[in-house]
Design a protein around this ligand. Structure first.
Ligand code: ATP
Ligand code: MG
Length: 758
């Protein structure tokens, strides 16, 4: 007789259980948000391993983020009651591809220690190529070329695969030429970009039968979460790998396809049954995440989309609160309001970890941050605040990359004169010429040039010292832990001394960041491991377990859930984005609506939507009208309130343009008035009292957040803060201070809110 099912399996509902136990053959789990798709997939992974159907190393399991992979790994370990030693093929497509490519790099002309370059390096490289080819970079920006190359890679196109139409898209028919140049240059650098990870591996699988056979046989089971957001190259990959055993289980929701701008094709999930004949299709309808009110609001909204499969969702949870819609005067008020609400929730016993603010665009986070710092509310920005993109961190990483990979010319260029060593462009030009002539990397060229008299003696000595430094560091790389290594390199290169000599608050912050980098490296055994990690991290929230409110984009929140969700900026032009409106097509608007659906369905208990009548976007004030999506939520499930007694249009009507401080910005957007939907009419149905004072106030509050550091404060000073009492400054960055308060612990605050105590 079959052994009794473990508890965790018994707790699943029948269709979930079917998805877990149908281990053989293709399976498609197609279901709405919060129905337990990811939970079922995790259980399936545990079931396969726990029942010994496969070793962990025989399962390929793809998640959408690194964080999701981490969580799944932990969860599986928890379910089967043992730490699963090694789940080598559980991760994002990129992480998995990077790992495979290390083994087969030589098949695409790379060495196994290739570097993964980031978008900055990518742009620099493209710029060089464009200039070298005599093309006007202003007319044909590198960014545009980068976008095209990305798109081609997402579709699985090599340079030779481009048709005339694609080729025409850059520099009058030179798209293919530049794509090819770029790929050649990357190869010469022993580097690849993000898109290459998948494309190279696709080429390997297509071109090398024995490699394909190896993986096909190895992966007895393949599973993919968020399948609706796979792109063409990922799809081709999976099809190749699943052909042998055909045990592929994909999970997704067509209503949550939100990455078409990155090449994702919702068609992949719609044609799964055709690609894998005989696929078992499992639908889940019970939602375990959200209250009926939230669910009804989200379902009503997404019902406005025409291009969808449509599905039913129900829940057994208690009724819950209606979705709240709050109209406010402007961005700063919106931030104040959210801050107040969160402080109230906190007093009522809510956990900050269970509260999220999901924004449509990065720029929305700044006002929130400023407010939270001001009131001392702990927050973290996931995916936006990129530690590894700060200049000093990138410098340090360049040293490390060059250490790990002497042919990393981009890294060499970044640091050869940082800190200043008196090496100018001339010397670099000379190095480049030699490197090209001899077919060697720049670091090598530096060494070789030191044996000639082509450079002035001073430059020669400096270069020689640099080359020797690297040789010495490389020797110690084996014996020193990565964290020690980076400290040594920064000290001996003079980088630390350079910052110390600056004596500015900013430099102190930079030094602090560098110590943070060394701390981060303590978790890694080898430099290579760490560098690989850096190129793959998309979220920087690991290893931080303090209670914090999460601020992130809706895109990044996919698959996550929070008790309380705040959704600011639901205004035409912000959400739906101006770009979607300008494109004007149904497809882009429907994608925005799916994004709105994803946003609302992240909420477990309460969802609060906000819109402001005035908004500063990239430094310009505009008056806004509420998002059409607000009007599309069935009114029965909405509680509206507004702190205004009117709306933006009345405000505009009652002010002559001469008096209107924002006239110049509202005028260049004449199309806005045509976008009035029912939601707009609803919000405008009131009377309005245009009090000029409020305008002045909001302008001032925005201006007062300009990041000017106070010169009378320094790290180590004792200060007093009205809310938190006395403390010692631990770090200073612009106008933001980190203070160790005697009673309240470490907080980030704005410097204008403290005074020095001597
Ligand atoms: P999304 O579409 O947003 O990715 P999902 O379908 O992947 O959602 P999950 O995140 O797996 O949904 O599950 C949503 C919530 O429901 C989680 O908190 C999960 O623990 C819970 N859940 C899932 N299945 C069950 C079940 N059978 N019984 C009780 N709770 C469940
Ligand atoms: Mg999920």
């Amino acid at each position: 007789a079959a052994p009794a099912a473990p508890d965790w399996l018994a707790r699943l509902n029948p269709p979930q259980r079917e998805a877990v136990e149908t281990t053989e053959g293709p399976v498609l789990m197609l279901a709405g948000a919060g129905t337990g798709k990811t939970a079922a997939l995790t259980a399936r992974l545990a079931w396969l391993v726990g029942s010994r159907r496969a070793w962990p190393s025989e399962i390929l399991c793809v998640t959408f983020t690194n964080k999701a992979a981490r969580e799944m790994r932990e969860r599986v370990g928890h379910l089967i009651g043992a730490a699963v030693e090694g789940m080598p093929w559980l991760g994002t497509f990129h992480a998995i591809a990077a790992k495979m490519l290390r083994r087969h790099a030589e098949l695409v002309g790379l060495q196994s220690n290739y570097t993964i370059i980031d978008t900055d390096d990518q742009l620099r490289l493209l710029k060089q190529l464009i200039v070298a080819e005599g093309i006007d970079e202003k007319r044909w920006p590198a960014r545009q070329l980068a976008g095209l190359i990305d798109r081609w890679k997402n579709r699985g196109f090599n340079p030779g695969d481009l048709d005339a139409v694609e080729n025409e898209l850059y520099a009058n028919g030179r798209g293919q030429h530049f794509y090819r140049l770029y790929q050649d240059r990357l190869k010469a650098l022993n580097a690849c970009d993000f898109g290459d990870l998948l494309l190279h591996m696709l080429n390997v699988l297509r071109g090398h039968r024995e490699v394909l056979e190896h993986y096909r046989t190895r992966f007895k089971y393949i599973m993919v979460d968020e399948y609706q957001d796979t792109n063409q190259v990922q799809y081709l990959w999976l099809r190749l790998l699943a052909q042998e055993h055909k045990n592929i289980c994909v999970v997704g929701d067509d209503d949550q396809s939100i990455y078409s701008w990155r090449g994702a094709e919702v068609a992949n999930i719609l044609k799964f049954e055709k690609d894998f004949p005989g696929a078992r299709v499992i639908r889940l309808e019970q939602n375990y995440r959200s209250t009926p009110q939230i669910l009804a609001a989200a379902s009503g909204l997404i019902g406005e989309n025409s291009q969808r499969l449509g599905k039913t969702l129900w829940t057994e949870l208690n009724h819950g609160d209606k979705v709240r819609v709050i109209g406010v005067w402007d961005g700063p008020e919106e931030a104040r309001r959210i801050g107040d609400e969160i402080e109230r929730l906190e007093r009522e016993g809510a956990y900050l970890n269970q509260i999220a603010i999901l924004v449509r665009a990065q720029f929305q986070t700044r006002e929130l941050e400023d407010r939270f710092i001001q009131i001392g509310l702990n927050y973290k920005i996931v995916g936006g605040f990129r530690f590894y993109e700060r200049a000093e961190i990138r410098d340090a990483l360049a040293y490390l990359r060059l250490l790990a990979q002497p042919s990393d010319d981009l890294a060499f260029e970044r640091i050869y004169n940082t800190p200043k060593r008196g090496l100018g462009d001339k010397a670099l030009e000379r190095l480049h010429r030699h490197a090209r002539g001899q077919g060697v990397p720049l670091l090598r060229a530096a060494l070789e040039l030191c044996d000639t008299d082509e450079l002035p003696a001073r430059a020669r000595n400096t270069l020689l010292a640099l080359v020797r430094d690297f040789a010495r560091w490389r020797e110690s790389a084996d014996s020193l832990a990565p964290a020690e290594l980076v400290r040594t390199v920064l000290d001996e290169s003079g980088y630390t001394a350079m910052l110390q000599a600056e004596r500015s608050a900013e430099a102190a912050g930079r030094l602090e960041n560098l110590s943070e980098l060394a701390r981060a490296m303590e978790d890694y055994e080898t430099l290579g491991d760490f560098l690989e990690h850096v190129s793959l991290v998309m979220d920087n929230d690991a290893a931080d377990d303090a209670e914090k409110v999460t601020i992130m984009t809706i895109h990044a929140a996919k698959g996550l859930e929070f008790d309380q969700v705040f959704l600011p900026g639901w205004e035409e032009g912000v959400f739906p984005s101006q770009r979607a409106l300008d494109e004007g097509g149904l497809a882009s608007l429907e994608e925005e609506r799916r994004l709105a659906y994803v946003a609302i369905t992240r909420a477990r208990r309460r969802c609060t939507i906000l819109h402001a009548a005035n908004r500063r976007i990239y430094g310009q004030w505009t008056s806004s009208i509420p998002s059409r999506f607000i009007a599309e939520i069935p009114p029965d499930h909405v509680d509206s309130e507004t702190t205004l007694s009117g709306g933006a249009s009345l405000w505009r009507a009652q002010w002559s343009e001469r008096d209107d401080p924002f006239a110049h910005v509202t005028r260049d957007r004449p199309d806005r008035t045509q976008q009035r939907g029912p939601g707009w009419q609803r919000a405008a149905a009131g009377t309005y009292d245009p009090t000029p004072r409020r305008v002045a106030e909001s302008t001032r509050s925005a201006a007062s957040f300009a990041a000017k550091p106070r010169l009378d404060l320094a790290v180590g000073d004792r200060v007093f803060h009205e809310k938190f009492g006395s403390g010692t400054i631990a770090a200073q960055e612009g106008n933001k201070l980190e203070i160790d308060f005697d009673a309240a612990g470490r907080k980030r605050v704005i410097d204008s809110f403290v005074r020095r105590v001597d």
